[in-house]
Design a protein around this ligand. Structure first.
Ligand SMILES: Cc1cc2nc3c(=O)[nH]c(=O)nc-3n(C[C@H](O)[C@H](O)[C@H](O)COP(=O)(O)OP(=O)(O)OC[C@H]3O[C@@H](n4cnc5c(N)ncnc54)[C@H](O)[C@@H]3O)c2cc1C
Length: 416
C-alpha cells in the first residue's frame, strides 16, 4: 500500500489521515507546530449545514467597507499593498454575486450533509466523547434589517431542503428557558449540531497514533523536491522525506505552500477570537449566532464560548483587544442577565481561518502535480466540513468515484 504524507495537523489533515488510514494507506502527518493549538482547537464548535451561503455574497462588500471604520467591528481587511491580497480581494469582489451564491448553495449543502453524516458515524464509532450534540442553531436578530435578511435566507434554505423555522421571541425563549434573550426573534435550524473542538482534536490525535499514523510535529515543510510533474520528496527542518502521495492541508499557509509548486491557490488568513467562560450558572442549551454582532455562542458542558471577528490582516498572531471587546459587549445586548467579565488578553484564543476568495474549499487532485491532493480553504466551516473532506481525500487517493461531485471545489480553478 502507498505511503501518504499529510501536510498540516489541523482538523482537515487529521480527518484525512483517519480515512486514509482506514483505507489501508500508511500515513504520516507533518506539522510545523506542536499539535497543541491552532485554528482547529478553540473555534466555536458548530456543525452548520445551515450555512449554505458562501462568505462571498452580494452585500458583503458594502458591509465590509462600513465595518472597516469601526475598531470593534466583526469584519476588517487591513489595507496592504500586497499582490496576494489584491488578487484575493479582486476575486472576492468578482464572486460576490447572486449567480455565484446560486451555484454554491447545492455544492455547500451536499458537502455539509455528507460531512454531518460522517460526524454521526464518528459519534457511534470513535471510542471517546467529543461533546457531539444535535440541538440545532438559533440565528438571533435585533434589527428589522437583520430580521428581513435572515428570513429571506430561511426561505432559500427551506426551498433547498434545509429546514429553517422562523420563531417569535416567545418561541425562542421556550427553546432557551434558562437564559433571558433580548431579540426581535430568530430563525431555528434544527439540523445543525455542535461539539467541543479541543476534545475532538486531542482525542483524534491519540486515536490516530493507535491506528498507526506517524506524527512529525515541529516539522515544517520548507521545500518540495519536484521531478517533472511529481513530488519526489519534501525538505523540512528535520530532513528530507520521500513518500508516494501528498495531501496539502496546511490551512492558512496552503497558498504560499502551493505557490512554491507554481500553483495559484488564493488564500488569506481570516483571524478570529474566542473566549470561554467556565461554570456558567445558567447556560444556554442551543448554540446561537448574534446576527448584528456576528458572534457565535456555543454551550460546551458547563462552559459557554463566544467567538467572532474576521480580520484579514495576514498571517500574524497579534490580539486586537478592541475587537475582543466588540464580542464581549454584544453578550449583554442579547443575554441581558448573563454575568460575564471581560477576559484578559491571556484568556483570549485566536485562530487563522483559511479563506478562499469565493468562500468554497479547495478539494481535489492537482492537475499539475500528479501525486498531490488538496484539502484546504474551508474558511468559517472547517470543523463542520472536516470528516466529509477527509473521506473525499481517501476516495481520491483510492482513485474511486468520490462520494459527492467535486467540480465546485476544484483546487486549480484560479489557474489560467
Ligand atoms: C473564532 C473562530 C470560530 C470558528 N468557529 C467554527 C465553527 O463553529 N464551525 C466550523 O465549522 N468552523 C469554525 N471555524 C473555522 C475552523 O476553525 C477552521 O476552518 C478549521 O480549523 C481549519 O482547519 P484546517 O485543518 O484547514 O487548518 P488549521 O487548523 O490551521 O491546520 C493547518 C495546519 O497546517 C500546519 N502547517 C501549515 N503550513 C505548514 C508547513 N509548511 N509544514 C507543516 N505544517 C504546516 C499549521 O501549523 C496548522 O496546524 C472557526 C474559526 C475561528 C477562528
Amino acid at each position: 500500500m502507498k505511503n501518504i504524507g499529510v501536510i498540516g495537523g489541523g482538523i482537515i489533515g487529521l480527518s484525512s489521515a483517519y480515512y486514509l488510514s482506514k483505507a489501508g494507506f500508511k500515513v504520516t502527518i507533518f506539522e510545523q507546530g506542536d499539535l497543541k493549538d491552532g485554528c482547529s482547537f478553540g473555534n466555536a464548535g458548530m456543525i452548520v449545514p445551515s450555512h449554505i451561503i458562501p462568505l462571498a455574497a452580494p452585500g458583503m462588500i458594502a458591509k465590509g467597507i462600513r465595518w472597516m471604520f469601526d475598531s470593534t467591528s466583526p469584519f476588517y481587511v487591513r489595507p496592504r499593498l500586497n499582490g496576494d491580497l489584491l488578487k484575493w480581494g479582486y476575486e472576492f469582489y468578482k464572486h460576490s454575486t447572486k449567480a455565484h451564491v446560486a451555484r454554491s448553495i447545492p455544492a455547500l449543502k451536499q458537502l455539509s450533509l455528507f460531512s454531518k453524516a460522517m460526524y454521526q458515524q464518528w459519534a457511534k464509532d470513535l471510542p471517546f466523547d467529543f461533546g457531539y450534540n444535535e440541538r440545532g442553531l438559533l440565528m438571533l436578530y435585533q434589527s428589522a434589517e437583520a430580521e428581513k435578511e435572515e428570513i429571506e435566507t430561511a426561505h432559500v434554505a427551506n426551498q433547498v431542503g434545509v429546514t429553517a423555522n422562523v420563531l417569535s421571541l416567545a418561541e425562542v425563549q421556550r427553546l432557551e428557558p434558562e437564559v433571558r434573550v433580548q431579540a426581535r426573534g430568530g430563525v431555528y435550524y434544527p439540523g445543525d449540531a455542535h461539539l467541543t473542538p479541543r476534545a475532538l482534536v486531542e482525542k483524534l490525535i491519540a486515536q490516530l497514533k493507535e491506528m498507526g499514523v506517524t506524527f512529525h510535529s515541529s516539522t515544517k515543510v520548507e521545500e518540495f523536491v519536484r521531478e517533472r510533474n511529481v513530488i519526489r520528496a519534501i525538505r523540512t527542518n528535520h530532513g528530507e522525506f520521500a513518500l508516494d502521495e501528498w495531501v496539502l492541508a496546511a490551512g492558512s499557509w496552503s497558498g504560499s505552500t502551493a505557490a512554491s509548486l507554481g500553483i495559484s491557490l488564493p488564500m488569506q488568513a481570516g483571524k478570529g477570537y474566542s473566549f470561554t467562560i467556565p461554570d456558567i450558572e445558567k447556560n444556554t442549551r442551543i448554540p446561537s449566532i448574534f446576527l448584528e454582532a456576528r458572534v457565535a455562542v456555543t454551550p460546551m458542558g458547563s462552559s459557554i464560548r463566544f467567538g467572532g471577528t474576521m480580520e484579514i490582516s495576514g498571517v500574524n498572531h497579534t490580539i486586537n483587544m478592541n475587537r475582543v471587546k466588540g464580542i464581549f459587549d454584544s453578550i449583554n445586548r442579547y443575554y441581558p442577565d448573563m454575568k460575564v467579565t471581560m477576559p484578559a488578553k491571556e484568556e483570549v484564543w485566536h485562530g487563522l481561518r483559511p479563506c478562499s476568495p469565493d468562500g468554497l474549499p479547495y478539494i481535489g487532485r492537482s492537475g499539475q502535480v500528479a501525486n498531490l491532493i488538496f484539502a484546504t480553504g474551508h474558511s468559517m466551516m472547517g470543523l463542520s466540513l472536516a470528516p466529509g473532506t477527509g473521506k473525499l481525500v481517501s476516495e481520491l487517493a483510492m482513485e474511486i468515484e468520490p462520494g459527492i461531485p467535486l467540480q465546485a471545489f476544484h483546487p486549480e480553478r484560479y489557474n489560467t
